[in-house]
Design a protein around this ligand. Sequence first.
Ligand code: HEC
Ligand code: HEC
Ligand code: HEC
Ligand code: HEC
Length: 512
Amino acid sequence: MLNMGDAPAGASRGSRFEHPLNYYRLTMNLSARTVLVTLVAAAVGLAVAVGAARAVKPDTVTVPKYEPVHPTSDAPTERRPVGAVGCMAAACHGAPAGELLNGRSGPDTWAASGSCWAAADPHTAAYSLLTDRPRRSVVVTAARIMAKYRPGVKATDDARCLACHTNPTLAELPATTEVVALREQGVSCEACHGNAGQWIQPHTGWTGDRAQVYRETGLKPLYDMGERAVTCAGCHVGAPADGSNPVRDMNHDMIAAGHPRLNFDFAEYQRRLPKHWHEKERTSGAAKLNESQVWYVGRLAHAETACRLLGSRAQRTEANDARTVWPEFAEFNCAACHHNLRAPEEDGGHWRKSAEYLDGRPIGSTPWQTIWPVTHAPGLPQPRRATSEVAALVRLMEGETGQTWPDGRPKVLRFAKAPDAKGLALATADALAAARREAAAGTKGPPPGLFPAGAPLVPEWDSAEQLFFGLAAREYARGAPAAGTVQKYRTGVDAFRARDWLKVKDVFTGLR
Ligand code: HEC
Ligand code: HEC
Ligand code: HEC
Ligand code: HEC
């Protein structure tokens, strides 16, 4: 009856500029190979994406004119959003973006940051996706999602949708003309950099301790790779409500209604953004990270964000939030429920049943989301779930007795609320946060054994995908992948397609 969903939405688009949506299917038809194919398309397509960026001729770029927006008195006065217009003056961040769009940044890049975003960033379309006039082609329209998810409600009126498709702090404000105008700017400057109310004036000339000034005024320290990854993950993974941000929750209800599931990889997504900045050290000391390290920091941020979201889901069901259910299916590996059943004698039919695959988990239990099993570096969370820093939470989610579900929530809740620290889910996140700060500060080298021998022979599709992103990051850390390397990846994908698992393993472990 159930087949597994295949192509991960974001992961599968070859180029941010063209959105070749033919890769990107929401039908529930599992074929892990498709996943790998699309993943290869994503990574290999990067070259294409870069090419596309180069193809933009500076003189064809026009920066849209923004009408000034004056937020109503209803808008929070503290850390008020000012809108992109506040940033786009020619003398500020609205200078011609030519060089930047050609992929060349430099010390003066800041002057063209806003123009670059306006001309080329996919986030400009974010709000339009909720309307009946999406600014890029889509496979699933908001109307179709809403018809199943909340019949009769418009996506542009639902704070749950707005929370990720515009500046989150605007999602729950009354929909005045001004607020709607701000929302229409999509995921614009302040969605990432923080509302500018308190920093727009001082940031043009401040000196002193940057981190402190940033903290005091609400300007996000995106120069810190960990903070940056967590910021992106807030919308690309999800996040609990905090401060003036409402909850951002991509749950199974939305996915089943047709929303693309959010398969995020920080390193890959960052590579796909037209960078409107010059990567530089804004504090002191920390070395520039290579792509492999960026990937690793992203993995930790992803795990941290997911733990926080889990805690928030438990808390919301406890508080009888009408829009939160427990168990939340999106917590679990999709392949646990959606997969093609195979006879053991069939090709590859053995993969789900091996002890190695189960890794100590009771058979019949739903594996928790596969976000860290391939993560491995000395002193950091271990690849095997049983020995990872989040082992206790993993055991809880997967059921020591295979019976998690009926009583899982109160236990997660107890962890989330434990008086000592912030509870396991969150304390674990703190440990992970410390680890990612260390990794981002460059005090740890690139993780040496990225892909431990113990990795499942035939990973299910989520793991295969994460593995692939890691491999791709490693290639990029070495420089642009050579033609021979790309060819090897192709061979690996073909083997995946033919379900020749041994060859798949051969090819990918052979990529040293
Ligand atoms: C406030 C929410 C939000 C934040 C924060 C955010 N994004 Fe997004 N992002 C979105 C939405 C919504 C879309 C869909 C827009 C589209 O596809 O046109 C998107 C699209 C993208 C895409 C295009 C995906 C594709 O399939 O082509 C990339 C790449 C991306 N984001 C990277 C990032 C990175 C990197 C960060 C952090 C620096 C980030 N995003 C922060 C909400 C957000
Ligand atoms: C947790 C953040 C989040 C929430 C909540 C969210 N979205 Fe999205 N949405 C995204 C991101 C990110 C993308 C881009 C997917 C990608 O490329 O990774 C997206 C893509 C889309 C698309 C484009 C689909 C396509 O075929 O390309 C539509 C339409 C959409 N969202 C509508 C909605 C609606 C309607 C809701 C509310 C029911 C909603 N979104 C809630 C983050 C979110
Ligand atoms: C998807 C998230 C995101 C959005 C949206 C976004 N930025 Fe950025 N921006 C970043 C990241 C990440 C950096 C790198 C941080 C750093 O180096 O300090 C950055 C850096 C910058 C810089 C520093 C450039 C440099 O080289 O010194 C400026 C200026 C800037 N952004 C302006 C803007 C403006 C203006 C907008 C809106 C028109 C905007 N940003 C929208 C994520 C975002
Ligand atoms: C615990 C089991 C379970 C898990 C885990 C699970 N699902 Fe589902 N899913 C279901 C059930 C049950 C249905 C409803 C099937 C029906 O109505 O026929 C469903 C329905 C769906 C549908 C709608 C299918 C249709 O034909 O309308 C989609 C899409 C979907 N799931 C995607 C996912 C994704 C993506 C994941 C992982 C993030 C996931 N599911 C995780 C059990 C699960």
